[in-house]
Design a protein around this ligand. Structure first.
Ligand SMILES: [Fe+2]
Ligand SMILES: [Fe+2]
Length: 138
């Protein structure tokens, strides 16, 4: 069973953002499936690839949100961007530890990723989605 089940409560109402959130959920699930896979032999490379994609995709997603904030002069952008930056620091550190120290990705790391994304979408991104809708973006 997937770690993170997508549900429509997570929809923020802006198509591009919603599509990207679904991809992020998928990547977290891929990482989870990889970690719990019974045959882990020789799969460090796969874990590394998923982690890299998760970091790169997250950075790209945040850039697009931040671009939309700039274009539409979103007043809450400093706090929102601050959340993004802290998350990027965290996941970059996971990736670095994995690459350099061969640290295992633990269940609590996955729980952190899932909880952070869920809470961020439900609170901050939904607020931003409402703002964008009010500007005619959907
Ligand atoms: Fe987002
Ligand atoms: Fe966001």
């Amino acid at each position: 069973m997937a770690l993170f089940e997508w549900d429509d409560n997570l929809v923020v109402g802006v198509l591009e953002i919603d599509d990207q959130h679904q991809r992020l959920v998928e990547l977290i699930n891929l990482l989870h499936d990889d970690i719990i896979s019974p045959d882990k032999s020789g799969s460090e490379k796969i874990t590394q690839e998923i982690l890299e994609e998760l970091v790169d995709y997250t950075i790209a997603h945040f850039s697009i949100e931040q671009y939309l904030m700039d274009v539409h002069e979103y007043p809450e952008s400093p706090a929102h961007i601050n959340e993004h930056n802290k998350f990027i620091d965290k996941i970059s550190q996971f990736e670095k530890d994995f690459k350099e120290k061969h640290a295992n990705i633990q269940q609590d790391t996955l729980a952190f990723l899932k909880d952070w994304l869920y809470n961020h979408i439900m609170k901050v991104d939904k607020e931003f989605g409402k703002f964008l809708n009010s500007k005619g973006v959907s």
